[in-house]
Design a protein around this ligand. Structure first.
Ligand code: NAD
Ligand code: UDP
Length: 345
């Protein structure tokens, strides 16, 4: 494996994974339509690694565009990050989600099959487990989804499993991420959601920055350690390393494989907020609010399969995660001010 096509490589997880791949000696060819990212990221990646990502501005749903990109490179493996990811927006605009997330996967599979690209890594999510029947969640847990975003992940898993059945030479890794947070240790790239963040960590960061007045903690009456929701937060650099490990696994032609990428530890909302405040020495005003519709009480991974079969294990702690998220946010705040200032002139 040498040449890796990364769809959505300019995004949050894709950019961190591209760095990991370049540092691992792979060539990275990225296709992104920049619907939720910026081309500037490639300069940052070059600064950090001294290596170039070869990138194309194109829609992954565009089969012709994909064909041209694939023909220009001898692609060994595809990592498919591209897609829309906001749960709330998916409820409001289901067709937009099904169209983008499913069509892009179908287009990618078609072009892979035409060109004998036999290795695909897919960004799935712990959302495919629905409400946990038991904890920790292992890969054998039953699957269900409660919103269009989750349905897309579930459908795409089915599509890729079916592709493997019809084309057994196709090796596929379905990676089920738990809650990605944090940023590259340089703090030059991180998570920068457009509009009001849905997810907890970006909301905490924006509240600490003064961009949001206060954080609402959605529910303190769950049957959990302190009544607030519990999740398995995983540092994005650990997640990126998980993709590099998955590529190595695919090189052994394992067929269709599924791995949880989580730490195995649950952290409550209050624990995360308090750690953020203490470690970063910054205030985060918060108030308890009603439960958010559709939320589960708690969820964390059994990451044993990834450890045994990929030799991968998360290394970063919650303290690392809150520090790197905050440091990257502070840098983003500065850059945003610079941009606004120049626009005003
Ligand atoms: P992101 O929005 O930062 O990155 C996605 C990238 O895909 C963006 O650069 C966007 O411009 C691009 N894109 C979207 N549709 C495209 C299309 N049709 N053609 C070309 N490019 C397109 O998201 P992320 O957080 O990096 O997530 C990456 C993947 O991981 C997504 O599939 C997401 O559903 C999945 N995932 C994310 C999380 C999370 O919490 N961040 C959790 C589980 C799974
Ligand atoms: N959460 C919260 N306030 C927010 C955003 C999230 O209290 O503004 C809680 C949410 O109820 C859940 C946890 O934080 O218990 C993680 O939520 P997130 O949306 O980040 O991830 P997901 O629900 O997809 O696991």
């Amino acid at each position: 494996m040498k040449n890796i096509l990364v769809t959505g490589g300019a995004g949050y997880i894709g950019s961190h994974t591209s760095i990991e791949l370049l540092e691992g000696g792979y060539n990275v060819i990225c296709v992104d339509n920049f619907s939720n990212s910026s081309k500037d990221i490639f300069d940052v990646i070059h600064d950090l690694t001294g290596k170039h990502v070869t990138w194309y501005e194109a829609d992954v749903c565009d089969v012709e565009a994909l064909r041209k990109i694939v023909k220009a490179h001898d692609i060994d493996c595809v990592i498919h990050f591209a897609g829309y990811k906001a749960v709330g927006e998916s409820v409001e605009k289901p067709l937009m989600y099904y169209q983008n997330n499913i069509d892009s996967t179908l287009a990618l599979c078609e072009v892979c099959l035409e060109n004998s690209i036999n290795n695909i890594v897919f960004s799935s999510s712990a959302t495919v487990y629905g409400a946990p029947q038991y904890l920790p969640l292992d890969e054998h847990h039953s699957l269900s989804a409660t919103n269009p975003y989750g349905n897309c992940k579930l459908f795409i898993e089915h599509i890729l499993k079916d592709v493997h059945v019809a084309h057994p030479e196709m090796n596929i890794a379905l990676l089920r991420y738990f809650n990605p947070v944090g940023a590259h240790p340089s703090h030059r790239l991180g998570e920068s959601p457009k509009g009001i963040p849905n997810n907890l960590m970006p909301y905490i960061c924006q509240t600490a920055s003064g961009l949001r007045e206060q954080l609402s903690i959605f529910g303190d009456d769950y049957d959990t350690v302190d009544g607030t929701g519990v999740r398995d937060y995983i540092h994005v650099v650990d997640l990126a390393k998980g993709h590099a490990a998955a590529i190595k696994k695919l090189a052994t032609a394992p067929g269709c494989v599924v791995y949880n990428l989580g730490t195995g530890n649950g952290t409550s909302v209050l624990e995360l907020v308090r750690t953020f405040i203490t470690e970063n020495n910054v205030d985060v005003p918060f108030a308890i609010a009603p439960r958010r519709a559709g939320d589960i009480a708690e969820c964390w991974a059994d990451p044993a399969s990834a450890k045994e079969e990929l030799g991968w294990e998360a290394q970063y702690t919650i303290v690392d995660m809150v520090r790197d998220s905050w440091e990257a946010q502070k840098r983003m705040n500065t850059n945003e001010k610079v941009t606004v200032a120049s626009e005003a002139v």
